[in-house]
Ligand binder design. Structure first.
Ligand SMILES: Cc1cc2nc3c(=O)[nH]c(=O)nc-3n(C[C@H](O)[C@H](O)[C@H](O)COP(=O)(O)OP(=O)(O)OC[C@H]3O[C@@H](n4cnc5c(N)ncnc54)[C@H](O)[C@@H]3O)c2cc1C
Length: 419
């Protein structure tokens, strides 16, 4: 069994022995199953043959698929800190795989928190807590028209959401076209579809998250896109053409509550994105440490040149500070009363947006610094840094990118009215 440790600080008083054991096992799986085949994974973006096997190892054998669900259904009721630590470990190896795995559980969050929906939990927990079959979730947020507009809950209150849901008797009829959602491209078994029940109107009560099984008539997924990196994350178009699902499939039955759940979902997404980024940064640290500790330039080890030591110090500083703030935010979300915050409110959204924007910026700068130190070897596939370079950029672009993050931050801290 590997020891639960690495060089960077963690708030150990918030991490149970059970979590430590889980993270150690996760690290072992990454070392054994992912690290030796990282190059092959890049070429698997379309077929996903190796990735599907790895997803089964992570979600079923390791048990991540049942992590967020109630114990009475065979779930683990595991917390956000455990999820973040596992994200870090997986992203050390391959952030595409960690995105695919993380988004499976993220998809179900709106029916689980802040207000659990017993009807939907009863319906879907038995499928998600299976130990021999993947049940892949996909959070279908980004409209073909714009991704940011759907996520800009407090600026536009759903006014520009293009995907619609109309109630017809006891059924929702859904129409729309989504782009990009993680685990689309044929992988998903179920979508959490972000849509509006009142198109063109600013109204949080019209903001709806509706669960749609992928085999429902009228649902079509396109072919996966080829991207710069993140091959483990399959992305495609999804069309919803007069798709009918039961009325009960809305994440929260009371109008208005889906917008509240969406903010909490964004907070978890922001904190999780930072955890992915820290995993990547930690692996870059390991690679650069090895390189600078063995490569000689000008008659001495690279790390012994003062100009290199200065860059190495920057790299360590970026990880140390990024990690501290990320676990602070994870803790705030876990015990909000202690911090006097509402995990579904605009204040916490501004704070987690700030965390994600800061940490992803640090990651982008850090990877460039690491590549500078490694010269051509850093640019070559065998140096591994270039994989993180290609995979990582997307983390700062998703969830509305830098623009929406800044708007949410300025809106709460400065009372800016811009949207
Ligand atoms: C690997 C990967 C995984 C993804 N996973 C998912 C997923 O799981 N689910 C999903 O639904 N989507 C997913 N996406 C899509 C991604 O979240 C969106 O692309 C992203 O949110 C931005 O939306 P957009 O591309 O439509 O850009 P736009 O919304 O068109 O934004 C364009 C630019 O405008 C800025 N901007 C945003 N709001 C404003 C504003 N009010 N004023 C001025 N500027 C603004 C943005 O920051 C950005 O720079 C994924 C994409 C990739 C590549």
């Amino acid at each position: 069994m590997m020891k639960f440790e690495d060089k960077f600080s963690l708030p150990l008083e918030w991490i149970s022995d059970e979590t430590k054991r889980i993270v150690e096992s996760c690290r072992e799986i990454v070392e054994k199953e992912i690290m030796p085949i990282r190059h092959e994974l890049d070429e698997d973006w379309k077929d996903h043959k190796i990735y599907d096997k790895l997803l089964k190892i992570i979600m079923l054998d390791f048990g991540l698929q049942c992590a967020p669900w109630p114990k009475e259904y065979g779930g683990l009721e595991s917390d956000l800190i455990t999820a973040c630590l596992c994200n870090e470990e997986m992203s050390r190896g391959d952030s595409g795989l960690s995105t695919a795995a993380g988004c499976i559980n993220w998809t179900f969050m709106p029916m689980l928190a802040p207000t659990p929906n017993p009807i939907l939990i009863e319906k879907f927990a038995p499928l998600a807590c299976q130990t021999d079959k993947l049940f892949v979730g996909c959070a279908a947020i980004t409209d073909a028209r714009s991704g940011s507009d759907v996520e800009n809950i407090d600026g536009t209150h759903g006014k520009y959401i293009a995907t619609t849901a109309e109630l017809d008797g006891d059924e929702w009829v859904i129409n729309g076209h989504k782009l990009w959602p993680t685990n689309s491209g044929g992988l998903a078994d179920i979508f959490a579809v972000f849509c509006t029940t009142n198109p063109g109107v600013e109204d949080d009560e019209a903001f709806a998250i509706i669960y749609v099984p992928a085999d429902t008539p009228g649902v079509k997924q396109g072919e996966p896109y080829q991207k710069a990196g993140m091959s483990g994350d399959k992305n495609s178009d999804i069309w919803f053409d007069n798709v009918r699902v039961p009325k009960e499939n809305r994440a929260n039955p009371k109008p208005g509550d889906d917008a509240i759940a969406a903010r909490m979902f964004m907070n978890a997404g922001n904190i999780g994105s930072s955890a992915h980024s820290i995993g990547i940064m930690r692996n870059c640290y390991e690679l650069v440490k090895e390189w600078c500790g063995t490569r000689e330039v000008g008659g001495k080890l690279l790390k012994e040149h003062s100009m290199t030591a200065s860059i190495l110090a920057d790299i360590a500083m970026m990880i140390e500070v990024s990690r501290s703030d990320t676990y602070m935010k994870a803790r705030m979300m876990t015990v909000p009363d202690v911090y006097g915050i509402d995990p579904t409110g605009v204040e916490f959204l501004a704070k987690t947006r700030a965390n994600k924007l800061f940490v992803t910026d640090q990651m982008t700068i850090l990877i460039n610094k690491a590549m500078d130190l490694m010269g051509s070897h850093g640019y070559a596939r065998e140096g591994h840094i270039e994989k993180h370079w290609r995979d990582s950029k997307m983390i700062s672009l998703w969830m509305g990118g830098r623009g929406l993050a800044k708007l949410d931050i300025a809106r709460w801290f400065y009372d800016c009215k811009s949207f």
